[in-house]
Design a protein around this ligand. Structure first.
Ligand SMILES: Cc1ncc(COP(=O)(O)O)c(C=O)c1O
Length: 403
């Protein structure tokens, strides 16, 4: 690259809509759980995008899949029968409850399809009165206007004019509130089977079982948003499999593409026909390149060794974080499941999650936050033991610099 066209952080402010505020460092290369910036400085990546790079950066299975497909066929409209899309759909139906698949390009789009299917099913089968969507406070489902309205943070959906209607937000893990509110007018409950953006909050077993029972009692659909929890992240292929509660509709994205944009809405033979020809669609949904990469990702992630490996790595993270906590008394708890972990800051450190993220960056470590009080870790599912140890040593140094 010539000096004149070298990209600098200031170019962002010049040419980009300012809805993000990226860091100063500019990553240019990645391999496994390591990333290098423009200056050649090396980082350990405990973030993986935001729970996206489930096989690390440039995994050979993904590189081979994208290269092979790139030399064959890049795009097909949905007017055509599409080999990579059908192969991937078959594999997704093999690894979970679903019998039918709709392909989209992101988590928000997968959720948009899920919500539209639920509303259309209710209108077809029960009539127009059954339109209420129940969702949960602090939940996150994406940024389209319907999904951001269903998400549980009004700050994200306010200020854009009239919102899609008939959406109710209740507290997560509050059985009484749900029992008191749900009715035969409820069309669907949408929830994350472990809240990610909301602070790494697991549902209690009682709560998630009650949600399922109440949906059955009131003829409402259960939609699990597995955009962040899916594709091996919690140690099961989908998190619902570890909870023993099966949804009617499941959305998946992020790690499904391992770094290539794709999303999918998964459902049953009974519900799928309500999205009949012409009711929904997407130009790029099912794109052959995306589907070829996702097929390679599903092949690797669904192997028992990969899923077992997530549990082994979780133990390494928990151990390391506990040692750091013994030294610095910074966390009140480490929560989450598999490699979707959150270290919640204790009273003394309230509001300082971003400080930890910035200090970690200075030591050559990428982490995430989930709100102001939780440091979040969503690394590659195949990160090595050495990379975990190296990253934790950097985190130790980062925290030492803050005390
Ligand atoms: C649970 C959940 N749902 C939906 C989304 C939105 O996905 P996307 O940004 O791909 O639209 C996210 C992204 O963080 C998420 O965590």
């Amino acid at each position: 690259m010539t000096v004149e066209n070298k990209v600098e952080r200031s170019l962002f402010d010049e040419v980009m809509v300012p809805c993000y505020n990226p860091m100063e460092m500019i990553p240019v290369k990645g391999e496994g759980a390591r990333v290098w910036d423009q200056q050649g400085r090396e980082y350990i990546d405990f973030a993986g995008g935001i729970a996206v790079s489930c096989l690390g950066h440039c995994h050979p299975a993904m590189v081979d899949a994208v290269t092979e497909q790139a030399n064959k066929l890049w795009h097909l409209s949905n007017v055509m029968t599409n080999e990579p899309a059908l192969r991937l759909a078959k594999k997704l139906t093999d690894v979970c409850f679903a019998e039918k698949v709709f392909f989209a390009n992101s988590g928000a789009e997968a959720n948009e399809a899920a919500l539209k299917l639920a509303r259309r099913w209710a209108a077809d089968v029960h009539g127009p009165e059954k339109s209420e969507i129940i969702a949960f406070k602090q939940g996150f489902h994406g940024r389209t206007f319907f999904t951001v309205t269903v998400g549980g943070q009004a700050a994200y959906s306010d200020g854009f004019g009239p919102k899609p209607g008939d959406v109710t937000h209740l507290p997560y893990n509050d059985i009484e509130a749900l029992e008191a509110h749900i009715s035969d007018r409820t069309c669907a409950i949408m929830m994350e089977p472990l809240q990610g953006e909301g602070g790494i909050i697991s549902p209690t077993s009682e709560f998630v079982n009650t949600v399922r029972e109440l949906c059955d009692k009131h003829n409402a659909l259960l939609i699990f948003d597995e955009v962040q929890t899916g594709n091996g992240r919690t140690g099961n292929f989908y998190a619902y499999q570890g909870l023993g509660v099966t949804p009617d509709i499941l959305s998946t994205a992020k790690s499904l593409g391992g770094g290539f944009p794709i999303g999918a809405m998964l459902t049953t033979n009974e519900l799928a026909p309500h999205l009949k020809v012409g009711t929904h669609g997407s130009t790029y949904g099912g794109n052959p390149l995306a589907c070829a990469v996702a097929e390679a990702v599903v092949d690797v992630v669904s192997q028992p060794e990969t899923l077992e490996g997530v549990k082994v790595r979780e133990a390494l993270f928990r151990d390391g974080l506990e040692k750091i906590n013994e030294k610095y008394q910074i966390f009140s708890e480490v929560r989450g499941k598999g490699l979707l972990l959150g270290a919640a800051l204790n009273d003394e450190w309230q509001g300082r999650a971003r400080d930890v993220l910035v200090a970690a960056g200075k030591e050559g470590l990428m982490v995430l936050v989930a709100g102001a009080n939780v440091v979040r870790f969503t690394p590659s599912l195949v990160i090595t033991k050495e990379e975990i140890e190296e990253g934790l040593a950097k985190l130790d140094k980062a925290i030492a610099s803050l005390v």
